[in-house]
Design a binder for this molecule. Structure first.
Ligand code: EPU
Length: 420
């Protein structure tokens, strides 16, 4: 297992670009399974472990794929798909594997996929996905930890989500693209990645309207064809670098991202004292002095993203005054708190709210990454901590970042990847 060794008291300066958004590319990989003939090309694909894991799953199902990590293109051909079953061994590594359910059900009228189970950020059930498949006419059964979905022909229906679900919305879109008639999803997830995925499906010949809003309408079509597609830039990776600049008092410009996709975090970074300038494809953040305290609540898009909450909390640990950070999307996304305490952060948690009292300085220690974003936030904390910080279980970070240590080093950080 790898770990990061971070030497503290550095500042991030310079320019950096982001590639395609992981959370848009994952459903696209599953979406390529919908089509019986031809080759898909997805551009701007970063080399992230979650992407490789899902590609491996599609290969296990019989698809042929080629990932050119230097050109960042992924080619998928699902002509010879022979299985409609996703085993637990793969799904447990990455919950997004459950995305193949909608595609397989749509293509074969049958899918058997392991239930993902909980993970370190929460229980994360898939009841909304299942309820949606049932509304479209699928018969669902559950046995030995697997969900089986069957339908001779899916039929368009209106689906109400009790709460917006990102991958739930994507799964239902895939099930509905070939269904008979029209499907409406009400209270759909509005994330830019969901919109980018709908654009991908539309470029295949699907008829999806309203993606990016809470009301999505999908008219079933009889045939889809392969496509070449450019996903949107990764707003969460961009946000990570921007928080890095904010925390270290630096000056960083991130390109390849649409600032409208992270409007709320930009607002909160400005409240902390950052000077931010944007163009349609880049964001530059300059920070001088200590950050100011903030109050922040995570919400589904367009609210403040839960995925940037750990970075915002890291910034709050070194700010002037007391910050209140409330997490409403996942019930357990505070696993970084105990680790920030090890670095000298002053944080108490009551229910869904963390109270963070700014301190003069953090100090280096050994900490553990428990999920992608917590790991990235701890790496940023290491940049400002005095002395040496070691981040264990870097494989979590690799799931969502492409060589984070090299990217941050290119901006002036001192980070090495070594064996744990
Ligand atoms: N939920 C249910 N029932 C469901 C589905 C979701 O109760 O059937 C609940 C979840 O437990 C959670 C909330 O609804 O409390 C929102 O979950 P959502 O379904 O939106 O999350 P997801 O689709 O599993 C995606 C991203 C996550 C990101 C969340 C929230 C992908 C592959 N994953 O997960 O990304 O945090 O949306 O925006 O798109 C990451 O990239 O590090 C990551 C965890």
């Amino acid at each position: 297992m790898d770990k990061f060794v971070v030497k503290g008291k550095t500042q991030l300066n310079g320019t950096i670009s982001v590639r395609g958004a992981k959370n848009a590319i994952l459903p696209m990989i599953a979406g390529a399974l919908l089509v019986e003939k031809g080759e898909f090309i997805i551009n701007k694909v970063p080399d992230k472990r979650d992407i490789r894991n899902l590609v491996n799953l599609t290969e296990l199902l019989g698809a042929k794929s080629r990932f050119d990590a230097s050109e960042h293109t992924l080619t998928i051909n699902a002509e010879n798909l022979s299985y409609a079953e996703a085993p637990y061994d793969v799904v447990r590594k990455m919950r997004a594997s459950f995305l193949v359910t909608g595609a397989l059900l749509s293509r074969f009228g049958y899918a058997r996929v392991a239930l993902p189970g909980g993970c370190s950020i929460g229980a994360r059930p898939v009841n909304l996905h299942i309820k949606g498949f049932e509304r479209l006419g699928a018969k669902i059964s559950e046995e030995k930890g697997y969900i089986s979905a069957r339908a001779d022909r899916l039929k368009g229906e209106t689906i109400y989500f009790d709460r917006p679900s990102h991958t739930g919305t994507e799964n239902i879109m895939m099930a509905a693209v070939n269904a008979e008639g029209t499907t409406r999803i009400i209270n759909a997830a509005c994330d830019p990645e969901v919109k980018s995925f709908a654009d991908f499906l539309n470029s295949m010949g699907a008829k999806i309207y309203g993606a990016g809003t809470p009301y999505i309408m999908i008219e079933g079509v009889s045939a889809l064809s392969p496509t070449e597609f450019n996903p949107i830039g990764d707003r969460l990776e961009a946000g990570t670098y921007l928080y890095g600049a904010l925390i270290t008092g630096g000056d960083v410009e991130v390109s390849g991202v649409d600032p409208q996709h992270i409007e709320f975090p930009i607002l909160k970074m400005r409240e902390m004292g950052a000077k931010i300038k944007t163009t349609p494809t880049s964001i530059r953040l300059r920070m001088r002095g200590k950050p100011k305290s903030i109050n922040l609540t995570t919400f589904p898009y367009p609210g403040f993203p839960t995925d940037l909450q750990p970075m915002a909390m890291t910034a709050a640990t070194i700010c002037d005054g007391t910050s209140y950070i409330r997490e409403t999307v996942f019930e357990n996304r505070f696993s970084h708190v105990m680790e920030l305490l090890r670095l000298g952060g002053i944080i108490t948690v009551a229910g869904d709210t963390a109270t963070v009292t700014g301190t003069e300085k953090l100090h280096g220690a050994e900490v553990m990454a428990s999920d992608i974003r917590a790991g990235a936030a701890l790496t940023l904390a290491g940049l400002v901590a005095e002395g040496k910080t070691e981040i264990l279980r870097v494989y979590h970070i690799d799931r969502g970042y492409e060589k984070l240590e090299e990217k941050l080093s290119s901006l002036g950080a001192s980070i090495e990847r070594t064996q744990q």
